[in-house]
Ligand binder design. Sequence first.
Ligand code: DLL
Length: 464
Amino acid sequence: MSTTTDLRRPHASAGPNEKSMSTKKGNSRLAFHPMSAPDFIPAPLLRELQLSRLKTIVARAWERVPLYRDRLSAHSLTPDDVRSLEDIARLPFTVKTDLRDTYPFGLFASPMEEIVRLHASSGTTGKPIVVAYTQQDVDVWTSVMLRSFAVCGLHHGDIIQNAYGYGLFTGGLGAHYGAEGLGATVIPISGGNTDRQIMVMRDFGVTAVCCTPSYFLHMIERAGQLGIDIRELPLRVGVFGAEPWTGAMRERIEALTGIRAFDIYGLSEIIGPGVAIECPCQDGLHIFEDHFYPEIVDPDSGAVLPEGEEGELVLTTLSKFAMPMIRYRTRDITALLPGPCACGRTLRRMKRISRRSDDMLIIRGVNVFPSQVESALLDVEGTLPHYQIILSRTQGLDQMEVQVEVTSETFSDKIGALEQLHDQIADAVEHVLGIRVEVTLVEPQTIQRSEGKAKRVIDRRLQS
Ligand code: DLL
């Protein structure tokens, strides 16, 4: 198949809804980047490309990684059993503990001389997981990040403040290479030192910022304290990800700053950021399916679910050489959205990820996700969406407390107003969760700010 020629010829223009790229801060230029051509690849061609890449990657994993060979053999499979894309459902899953059990290099399919980069992601417990890249893998990563930025309407001439952490975390370097590949000007500021972030944003004429949504919220707040209104700055795009955030949080961010806020998704095991990105239609995230094959499975049975149904995202890397991942269980809950997107991209979309299957808290028998609390809080005026969930256990019974920061104006109001706000929040949370939980209003600036992924839950149940 002559994919190269086809992939490089854009056969569709940026879709009709892309005019919605105009923000209060003016229009984005919609130059088409040639690297974005695969975003518009016709579905039959894409399926052909995926199958040929899948065959190659399964054969590579079989030949070079004992864990994959053993697992396929245990299912009486060989790479020759992959004859169609549907056959992927016959392959065994890979899970996070496989990376831990083979720590540090047991899943590598390339010799160290061919590996040009290692990243690692620390879990809450135990050893980190280590991921590897050949030069070709880094190039693929750069290309999907470049395409992600292009989808957000960024191009050369943009000044991108990259406040994702640089280091073992994939966010910093992933975004960095993609932005440079695009020809934009990158400011590799990394996370932290919020006052300096705001000074740079203002003084350098930054047009786009990359960081976690919770950190951007903190920047907005700090800018306000420093007397800087982000609406007055040239900033027009935010590329936010690495943690769950709700649609309501996006609306709040956009309303406070006048920028367009895009959701970007990825995970170290698959490549880092750049697995999927929202387009200006803001109706789901397009998955870069030419490199990552998505399935949705029932988190309990592992059965593949039909399009539109919510379940656990399973991803297979189609082009990763150093560390192929076959049917990796992400634990992230989403659904593949049916139908084409108005933007004209043919890449399938997934719903934004609001939760992980392992984020679920069970409080007095009721399933609770932190994102449900966030959406309830965003419905109530007078709070900042800075919150934390504290779990404890009294006499064997689980207790959940939601600590919520109120705005300084509300805090200085009369006691009566605070009581009213407290009851409003308690009602809103009860409405969403179905159980009454303790709500505590706390003074502005009391909940610790994150410079990366926010820590929403403090679980003291085992200490109580
Ligand atoms: O967080 C990679 C990344 C960096 C993505 C910068 C986006 C931007 P990990 O540290 O391995 O990698 O964490 C991956 O973070 O399985 C999700 O649970 C969560 N996550 C990442 N992006 C999103 C998002 C990076 N947009 C884990 N929405 C994933 C919700 C997200 N959760």
